[in-house]
Design a protein around this ligand. Structure first.
Ligand SMILES: Cc1cc2nc3c(=O)[nH]c(=O)nc-3n(C[C@H](O)[C@H](O)[C@H](O)COP(=O)(O)O)c2cc1C
Length: 311
């Protein structure tokens, strides 16, 4: 997730909850950044040396420039990545307006011509992430036959449309309708915030074995381990990974990592507050106390308040 599940977070998470996630999809790398050597901070996020101690990661590409796609995918392969994921789900208006992310879903011919060009030229395997459409949930109906024509390693479906952003509920009826039409391995994504949510999706869609968790792991960092523990029988290994830290200890260790970053104090404050907004949801304590962090402006104050409340 852009700005949230970058390498700093992935490493801190893996330290506290080793093995809880099988792998992470990186926040998207914009194809327009082109050559990795010239690319900015976002590409640094997946450099293997920066990811030492992190969970396994699949880099995600966003954009529709076929040449740039091939160049970036092959460079990532040379760095050791055997899979890249194409983002056809991003709902941000400025992205979608350029036929990127979910903005490409109303244009099946463009999807086909990009895959026609890219699929035979890239060295890593390709997976995709889609929404049901940008404006309408029927747009996916024209996309699925195209996806079926290409050798994809998986299709992750977030059953909302781009225009919804993150509001409303995932459209599970439409997901149910399209599921048998997709010939690839399907991963479900959307609103898995509790173990119950996970079980509900698994029991309604038994053919779906893999679930992608987004915001739920930020509201409750223990969620992925809880799911694995509760549902150990669903997994090949009888030993579900056990968290080695509490949510509070994880938050403290993430905040220490932010504190150690080589960025301005202002940027550190911003980052701490961004994470705090999500991570504090499930922590005990009053809303008033939690909000104190958002009103504080000095790095030391913010850091100490968070550490105190996360104890
Ligand atoms: C702030 C934010 C940034 C996101 N960035 C990405 C991204 O870079 N790539 C991606 O595939 N999805 C991204 N997403 C979408 C999530 O991966 C996920 O599809 C969505 O939040 C629904 O799943 P959830 O209910 O489990 O969070 C982002 C979501 C949010 C809220």
């Amino acid at each position: 997730m852009q700005g949230l599940t970058e390498v700093l977070f992935r490493k801190a998470f893996n330290r506290s909850f080793p093995g809880a996630f099988d792998y992470a999809i990186s926040p998207f790398l914009s194809i327009t950044h082109g050559n990795l050597r010239d690319a900015g901070k976002k590409v640094e996020d997946v450099l293997p040396e920066a990811n030492y101690g992190s969970m396994p990661v699949v880099p995600q590409l966003l954009g529709h420039e076929a040449n740039g796609f091939v160049e970036l995918a092959n460079r990532l392969f040379d760095l050791g990545y055997t899979e890249v994921n194409w983002n056809m789900g991003c709902p941000m208006r400025r992205v979608a307006a350029k036929h990127r992310g979910s903005g490409i879903l109303p244009f099946p011919d463009e999807v086909r011509s990009i895959l026609d060009f890219v699929a035979p030229r890239i060295k890593p395997s390709l997976s995709v992430k889609v929404r049901l459409g940008y404006r309408s949930d029927n747009e996916i109906d024209c996309i699925i036959p195209i996806l079926n024509d290409f050798p994809l390693s998986s299709v992750t479906v977030h059953p909302r449309i781009g225009k919804q952003l993150y509001s409303g509920s995932p459209n599970l009826e439409k997901f149910e309708e399209i599921l048998p039409c997709i010939k690839h391995h399907v991963v479900y994504n959307g609103d898995i915030n509790t173990v119950y949510d996970y079980k509900r999706i698994r029991s309604r869609f038994p053919s779906v074995k893999d679930i992608m968790i987004g915001r739920g792991a930020l509201y409750n960092p223990l969620l992925p381990s809880q799911i694995k523990e509760e549902c150990a029988s669903d997994f090949p290994s009888p030993n579900a990974p056990r968290p080695v830290a509490s949510a509070a200890a994880f938050i403290s260790s993430l905040m220490d990592d932010i504190r150690a970053l080589e960025i301005s104090d202002e940027a550190k404050c911003r980052k701490m507050k961004e994470y705090w907004c999500l991570l504090s949801k499930e922590l005990p304590g009053t809303e008033l106390n939690k909000r104190k962090v958002l009103h504080a402006s000095r790095l030391d104050d913010i850091h100490n308040l968070i550490l105190d409340m996360a104890k």
